[in-house]
Design a protein around this ligand. Structure first.
Ligand SMILES: [Zn+2]
Length: 303
C-alpha cells in the first residue's frame, strides 16, 4: 500500500471551486420558481450535474483538507450534498485506501462465481444507494493513516439531524420543494457515480484513468487528472501536473462510459461540456465585474 498523507493543502475554502455548489443552488432555486414540467426537469438536471461536479471538484478538495471544519460549515456542506459531509469523507477515504478494489465501496467491479465481473453502467449509477449502505455498515472503512474514523463518524449524527430538519422545513413550506430536493440529491449522486465509473472503467487492467484535455482541465480545475491525483493525493488541485505515463480515456469521465458505446453521443456531449465550461467562465467573470462595480460605487460613496 502506498504511503499517503494529505499535508499540502492550505486553503480550507477553495473559493474558485465554489462556483459548482453556487450554480447547483442557483439552478435548484430556479427549478422551484417554474411550473412548466420541461423547465423544471431541465433546471433540476442542470442542478444535479452541478451537484456532481460539486462532489468531484469542490467537496472533494474540502475532504482532502485535513483540518477539522467548524460544525456550521459541516452542516452547510451536508445540505448541498444531501448527505452528511463527513459520510462522504468516509466514503472517499475508503476509495483512496482500496482504489477500485473489491473493498472499495464505489468499486466498478463485483465478485461473482469466483470471478471479477464489471457492474453495468446503469445499475451502478442508478443504484448508488448500495454504496451508501456499504459505507454505513463497514466498521473499518479505510486505512487509519488517512484519519481517525471514530472522530469523523462522531460528527455524522448531527449532520443527519440537520438534513431531517431541513427536509421538514421544506415540507412545511411546500411538499413540492422536498420532492425537488430529493430529485436533485438522487440524480446528483447518480451523475457522480457515473463520473466515478469513467474514472475507473472496469477493463481487464482496471486502471485509474486520466482525461488529459488541456481546455477541460483548465475549465474544470484539473478534474481530468485523476490518475495523477491518486498518485499524489496530498497535492492541492492546482499543483497536479499531467504525467506522461498516466492511462488515458478519450472523453471526460462523466460521459466516457456512454461515449465508449455510442461515439456520436460522446462527441455531442463533449461539445455540450465545452459550452458548459465557457458559460461557467462567463458567469465567473460577470460575478467578478459585478462585485468590482459594487466595491467601486461603495468606495466613491465613502469619499
Ligand atoms: Zn481524492
Amino acid at each position: 500500500m502506498k504511503r499517503l498523507q494529505m499535508t499540502n493543502r492550505t486553503q480550507p475554502f477553495p473559493i474558485a471551486l465554489a462556483i459548482f455548489p453556487l450554480l447547483e443552488g442557483v439552478f435548484f432555486i430556479e427549478a422551484t420558481q417554474h411550473s412548466h414540467p420541461v423547465a423544471v426537469i431541465a433546471l433540476l438536471i442542470a442542478s444535479a450535474v452541478m451537484l456532481s461536479f460539486s462532489i468531484h471538484i469542490f467537496f472533494h478538495e474540502c475532504v482532502h483538507y485535513r483540518a477539522r471544519y467548524p460544525q456550521t460549515i459541516n452542516l452547510l456542506y451536508s445540505l448541498f450534498l444531501g448527505l452528511p459531509f463527513d459520510g462522504y469523507r468516509v466514503h472517499h477515504l475508503n476509495h483512496h485506501t482500496y482504489e477500485n478494489g473489491l473493498k472499495d465501496f464505489s468499486s466498478t467491479w463485483k465478485r461473482q462465481q469466483g470471478e471479477n465481473v464489471a457492474h453495468s453502467v446503469c445499475r451502478y449509477s442508478l443504484g448508488w444507494l448500495r454504496q451508501l449502505k456499504a459505507a454505513m455498515q463497514a466498521p473499518h472503512p479505510f486505512d487509519p493513516r488517512w484519519g481517525n474514523v471514530v472522530a469523523i463518524k462522531s460528527r455524522i449524527p448531527i449532520q443527519k439531524i440537520a438534513l431531517v430538519v431541513f427536509s421538514l422545513l421544506l415540507v412545511l413550506i411546500d411538499l413540492k420543494l422536498l420532492l425537488l430536493y430529493g430529485g436533485l440529491i438522487y440524480l446528483g449522486w447518480a451523475f457522480s457515480s457515473l463520473h466515478n465509473y469513467g474514472q475507473h472503467p472496469p477493463t481487464e487492467q482496471s486502471p485509474i484513468c486520466t482525461y488529459p484535455s488541456k481546455i477541460y482541465n483548465q475549465l474544470f480545475f484539473n478534474n481530468g487528472l485523476h490518475w495523477e491525483h491518486h498518485q499524489q493525493p496530498q497535492h492541492h488541485w492546482d499543483q497536479i501536473k499531467l504525467a506522461s505515463q498516466s492511462p488515458r480515456i478519450p472523453s471526460p469521465h462523466l460521459i466516457n462510459p456512454c461515449a465508449t458505446k455510442l461515439p456520436f453521443l460522446g462527441h455531442l456531449l463533449l461539445v455540450l461540456f465545452i459550452i458548459l465550461g465557457i458559460v461557467l467562465v462567463i458567469v465567473v467573470v460577470l460575478a467578478l465585474l459585478a462585485a468590482l462595480s459594487v466595491y467601486v460605487s461603495c468606495s466613491s460613496m465613502t469619499f
